[in-house]
Design a protein around this ligand. Sequence first.
Ligand SMILES: CC(C)(COP(=O)(O)OP(=O)(O)OC[C@H]1O[C@@H](n2cnc3c(N)ncnc32)[C@H](O)[C@@H]1OP(=O)(O)O)[C@@H](O)C(=O)NCCC(=O)NCCS
Length: 174
Amino acid sequence: MVLGELVRLRPLEPDDAEALWRWNHDPDVMRWMSDGYGQSLSDARKQLAERPRNAYGDVLYGVEARADGRLVGLVRLRDAEPETGCAELDLYLGEKDVWGRGYATDAMRAMCRYGFEKMRLHKITLTVVTENHAAYRVYRKVGFVEEGRLRKVFRRDGEWYDMFTMGLFADELR
Ligand SMILES: CC(C)(COP(=O)(O)OP(=O)(O)OC[C@H]1O[C@@H](n2cnc3c(N)ncnc32)[C@H](O)[C@@H]1OP(=O)(O)O)[C@@H](O)C(=O)NCCC(=O)NCCS
């Protein structure tokens, strides 16, 4: 359990599959994220039940609102390499009614602190579609620095979009 000011990060339970499945079929939530090929609810349940337990190379936490204990999103530190101490971060909040309350910023801070302190990471990186202004704002607020631009790598509704690569060192976390 990882505590932020507004959210709590906790491992997922089998009963969380329905929320994840609902979020993954919401076009507003998935607007700037890879949406795969569609998944049935029973496949989502099976995938979550069979997911290996959290470990250094893949830490997935549910983001729970401390106010009411509701699961509102996911945050994940993946592909951590012991040789370099570099890992990649993914974040999304699937419950749209909590957007704009500072939850994503708080979840990012808590997960990055966890990565640097508990996992002793050297650097955390992420990618974000350049048009995803809310996410970009969250990452900048937390201290991530833009490091590069991947041209036309994300496709949505027949259009190609660029992505920023961003990175954060421990002493840059705000
Ligand atoms: C993007 C997302 C993570 C933001 O979560 P959130 O809890 O609403 O974020 P916060 O409330 O912590 O902060 C949002 C910030 O973005 C700003 N913002 C919101 N919409 C914006 C827009 N269209 N343009 C610019 N800034 C915007 C807010 O004003 C706020 O900044 P501020 O605190 O300086 O005012 C959430 O909406 C989400 O998960 N969306 C769908 C999935 C997704 O895009 N994930 C990221 C993939 S890289």
